[in-house]
Ligand binder design. Structure first.
Ligand code: 13P
Length: 241
């Protein structure tokens, strides 16, 4: 039996193994499980989470959300670790407990029907802004105005509580990324890739703002410049592949 044939046959019995050149489509649920594992690894590799920090979720359909388990390293998760809950937080499957921030995730899904994924992390620079009580809402870089917009600061609330979701509620409709005072950052998007990239963008922007302030002369964009960027925003990415 040829080497390639052996690998192809292996692929049919090992659904959790991704082979580099055999693209057997996963079921939608397995694909979401794999996506959570991969984006969890990326959060960890980027240093956006340490130890068991952070959590990620995806909307499976109108009634169900898949979320990472509580108290595990988001860089070391397995597909079978994921927990499925309904929009009220009732656990439907999974042997672990769901993330302690389940209420925050569900609040975002309930308030924004178009949102398909939520990412929460503690990237160092953005979390430093959140801990210093400073929002990232100055229009300093054109790219950020186009892709992210202002990142407000929600008041402090205890992690994992209903008060934490309540503190975010006023900002959820008009923003896709929020700093959580003395805690971290939450981002969301139509899918996990967009939610994750928004987390990257927040941290990158926080580093730029910090450096500009250290240089001592941060010059914000003026009204006219902003209006032009808002016009660009409506077409940016439309033809991207
Ligand atoms: P979980 O491990 O319960 O998801 O909590 C991590 C965290 O960052 C809480 O804010």
């Amino acid at each position: 039996m040829s080497y390639i044939r052996k690998i192809l046959e292996g692929a049919t019995v090992l659904p959790f193994v991704r082979l580099p050149f055999v693209s057997k489509p996963l079921s939608p649920e397995l694909q979401l499980r794999q996506d959570l594992v991969e984006y969890g690894r990326m959060l960890h590799a980027q240093g956006f989470v340490a130890a068991t920090d952070g959590n990620l979720s995806v909307r499976m359909d109108q009634d169900r959300v898949m979320i990472t388990p509580t108290a595990v390293s988001k860089g070391m998760m397995h597909m079978e670790d994921m927990v499925i809950v309904d929009l009220e937080g009732e656990q439907l499957s999974g042997s672990s407990r769901p993330s302690s921030e389940i209420n925050m995730h569900l609040t975002i899904y309930r308030m924004r029907p178009e949102i398909g994924a939520v990412v929460h992390a503690h990237p160092c620079t953005a979390t430093a802004f959140a801990s210093a009580g400073m929002a990232l809402d100055e229009p300093l870089c054109s790219e950020v105005v186009i892709t992210l917009g202002a990142v407000p600061l929600a008041p402090y609330a205890t992690t994992g509580t209903r008060e934490l979701s309540d503190s975010l509620t006023p900002f959820i409709p008009d923003h896709n990324a929020i700093l959580m005072a003395n805690h971290g950052v939450v981002t969301y998007g139509t899918d996990l890739r967009q939610a994750y990239l928004r987390m990257e963008a927040v941290e990158h922007y926080a580093k730029i703002v910090l450096a500009a302030r250290q240089l001592g002369c941060s010059r914000t964009l003026d009204e006219e410049q902003l209006e032009k960027l808002v016009a660009v925003r409506s077409t940016y990415g439309k033809n991207a592949r």
